[in-house]
Design a protein around this ligand. Structure first.
Ligand code: HEC
Length: 150
């Protein structure tokens, strides 16, 4: 084989390897992103729950801030699950992509649960807020049962 050809072949292989590495690191970033979204959801959900239960004093301002974080975060879940992001350090089950409509419906259910939380936080209705948080807990669980490895 001519030197030039060998060089060209070598270069093509290097480029391919780099391309694959870049793709792998994009998938890792995606997985990190969606886990971060979930961690932030959990944080705000717990802060709000503690207030609804009375284990920390209720503050309307705090509750509204947490509910608005939950609103933004619940709208950011879907973009964390692009097709092909099932490999790596993740507990996401392949069912997410084979049953995408169901997965999407659960993210929408979370969004409507959270819209309700926002309204109740604004009103300062702690009792109704507690009930609405129970609804949200059921939505978290429904999705984790079907779409997340335990
Ligand atoms: C629409 C589906 C869905 C809903 C709704 C949902 N989750 Fe998740 N959650 C997942 C999936 C899938 C994973 C696994 C992500 C991964 O490992 O890549 C996950 C992971 C997590 C994790 C682990 C994050 C980590 O660092 O590994 C926490 C904590 C979490 N969810 C909390 C919650 C809470 C709290 C709620 C409800 C307020 C909730 N989730 C609602 C699908 C959902």
């Amino acid at each position: 084989m001519q030197c030039g050809k060998i060089l060209a072949l070598g270069l093509a292989m290097v480029l391919m390897t780099c391309g694959m590495a870049a793709q792998a690191s994009r998938a890792e970033d995606t997985i990190r992103y969606r886990k971060a979204v979930m961690v932030m959801i959990k944080w705000n959900y717990e802060q709000l729950s503690q207030q609804a239960k009375g284990s920390t004093p209720f503050s309307r301002e705090e509750a509204q801030r947490q509910a608005s974080w939950l609103d933004a975060l619940s709208k950011s879940v879907l973009e964390g699950f692009p097709v092909g992001s099932h490999d790596g350090d993740t507990k996401a089950l392949p069912a997410i992509w084979s049953q995408w409509p169901q997965f999407k419906t659960l993210t929408q259910r979370m969004q409507s649960d959270v819209t309700k939380l926002q309204e109740l936080a604004q009103k300062g209705d702690v009792i109704a807020l507690k009930a609405a948080l129970n609804e949200l807990t059921r939505t978290c669980k429904a999705c984790h049962d079907d779409f997340k490895k335990s």
